[in-house]
Design a protein around this ligand. Structure first.
Ligand code: SF4
Ligand code: SF4
Length: 103
């Protein structure tokens, strides 16, 4: 399993989760490439150790265990994974498409 960042992070992005993650698997953290322009933060599922620290830290309840992701945010499991497997542009493009489909 892994933890996933979901829709409420979009536009909030206060980075508290990245501060508490013990394995630094949440990106782009402050100071990293793409930190300023990214729409949200993403969890690398291959690095996450399911410690739950990011859930407590997030002020808008955007982080959650994969198994707890509600149906309407299901695509965020793929969005988080794609961000790390295919890169920043691919992940951000999926977020754009998600928001466009909702509008
Ligand atoms: S569950 Fe723990 S390891 Fe996984 S992203 Fe959250 S803080 Fe990091
Ligand atoms: S703490 Fe929540 S809102 Fe802030 S960056 Fe992390 S997931 Fe996004």
């Amino acid at each position: 399993m892994a933890y996933v960042i979901t829709e409420p992070c979009i536009g909030t992005k206060d980075t508290s989760c990245a501060d508490v993650c013990p394995v630094d698997c949440i990106h782009p953290a402050p100071g990293e490439e793409h930190a300023d322009e990214s729409t949200m933060l993403y969890i690398d599922p291959s690095e996450c150790i399911d410690c739950d620290a990011c859930v407590e830290a997030c002020p808008v309840d955007a982080t959650m265990a994969e198994d707890d992701v509600p149906a309407q945010w299901e695509v965020f499991k793929e969005i988080n994974r794609v961000y790390f497997e295919q890169g920043h542009e691919a992940g951000e493009q999926m977020v754009k498409e998600y928001l466009a489909a909702k509008a």
